[in-house]
Design a protein around this ligand. Structure first.
Ligand code: ADP
Length: 400
């Protein structure tokens, strides 16, 4: 079975083609600056050691998909796009959709309806969908939503204490993001612990440029740190995470910042970058070594916020089987895991320093004394999307 995974941004398309038998990537690539004067193409396949790179004007997403299709056929990986077994699309906002869904008129309408909540993500996602639908009309296409895994949260966890009518009229509530990753690493961790996911209580920490946590009870999400948008919660590369909302009124009054400027401030100029000038944790660590106090402050703030959320999620869950670290920082930043976990002895967490030295591989790093398992589980959102797409197609085939 061959499944193509598409992740469309406003001016980009990222793709991976999987051979599902071996869960192996047979071609992948990134097309950027779509719609600009010169677009960038970088594509690789199992037939090439070096990726193929090109620059040319790419009018729109449809032409981007055309380029991917021609590459795959020229490389003799497929004869035509329409012979694929399935196409899975990463879709950021699925509203209250709990499941992966076949793309049809109804799903498209629903994604459009939720576009006002994810104006930067859902419209480009749909451009990718329309492009593959016109190029491969016979291939089943599936939408995998970042929000879906979190839709099991109880109402007291997902509601904001605003006038209720805003929930009813404008659907303002917590949705949560990175759901595909939280679900993927929780599933892998359950396998590793040889326990059915349905019996596992986990706290998952997806720590990359974007960062979020989830409290998982009996395999289902019961709370998560991102909210209506991916801005709430943890301190991130360039996003503030939780702040007192009154800061915005104050900035408007004192600095005359308008909504657009506040949006840019909180999403692009805050977080680690806002405190110490860079959002790259590797650079922050290098700066700390050179005695940079702002870098140390940013690092300490980042870890402290996570520690607070872990405490909160222990209270939410009652019993915790494991903390699961993933994402660029969660998988690689030994010092972040060390700082957070070594300060949580009170919760029964005890770290094995040596085992924590490993990076980017599935590993345990709790000591023998620890009553809570500590795991690093590398995430693979594209493979998770491919697997969910395959699962839905197989389920439908069995039914018919
Ligand atoms: P995104 O949310 O953009 O997918 P990633 O999951 O790729 O982000 O994570 C990016 C972050 O991971 C950056 O802050 C980067 O510095 C950090 N990172 C990657 N490798 C390492 C490493 N070896 N040590 C520390 N931090 C790392």
């Amino acid at each position: 079975m061959k499944i193509l995974v598409i992740n469309s941004g406003s001016s980009s398309i990222k793709f991976q083609l999987f051979s599902m038998k071996e869960s192996k990537v047979i071609a992948s690539g990134l097309i950027e600056q779509i719609g600009e004067q010169t677009g960038q193409i970088k594509i690789s396949s199992i037939h090439h050691k070096e990726p193929i790179t090109k620059t040319l004007h790419i009018k729109n997403h449809e032409q981007g998909i055309e380029i991917i299709s021609s590459f795959l056929t020229d490389e003799k990986i497929i004869n035509k796009l329409d012979e694929l077994d399935g196409i899975g699309h990463r879709m950021v906002h699925g509203g209250t959709m709990q499941e992966t869904a076949f793309i049809n008129e109804k799903t498209i309408k629903m994604i459009e309806d939720f576009s006002s909540l994810a104006p930067l993500h859902n419209p480009p996602g749909l451009s990718g969908v329309r492009a593959t639908m016109s190029k491969a009309p016979h291939v089943p296409q599936v939408a995998v939503f970042d929000t879906a895994f979190h839709q099991t949260m109880p109402n007291y966890a997902y509601m904001y204490a605003l006038p209720y009518e805003f929930y009813e009229r404008l659907h303002i509530r917590r949705y949560g993001f990175h759901g595909t990753s939280h679900h993927f690493v929780a599933t892998q961790a359950a396998k590793e612990l040889k326990k059915p996911l349905k019996k596992c209580n986990f706290i998952t920490l997806h720590l990359g440029n974007g960062a979020s946590m989830a409290a998982i009870k009996n395999g289902e999400c019961v709370d998560t740190s991102m909210g209506l948008s991916p801005l709430e919660g943890l301190i991130m590369g360039t996003r503030s995470g939780d702040i007192d909302p009154a800061i915005l009124f104050y900035l408007e009054r004192e600095e005359g910042l308008d909504i657009k400027e506040l949006d840019t401030l909180l999403n692009k100029k805050s977080g680690l970058k806002g405190i110490c000038g860079t959002n790259d944790l590797r650079e922050i660590k290098a700066k700390i070594k050179d005695g940079d106090e702002r870098a140390k402050l940013a690092f300490d703030m980042f870890c402290y916020r996570i520690k607070k959320y872990i405490g909160a999620y222990f209270a939410v869950l009652g019993r915790v089987d494991a903390l699961i670290f993933t994402g660029g920082i969660g998988e690689n930043a030994v010092s972040v895991r060390h700082k957070i976990c070594s300060e949580l002895k009170i919760l029964g967490i005890d770290i094995d320093k040596k085992r924590n030295e490993k990076r980017g591989v599935l590993t345990h790093f709790e000591s023998k004394k620890s009553t809570i398992k500590l795991l690093v589980v590398p995430t693979n959102e594209e493979l998770a999307i491919a697997k969910q797409t395959q699962h839905l197609i197989r389920k439908a085939a069995k039914r018919s």
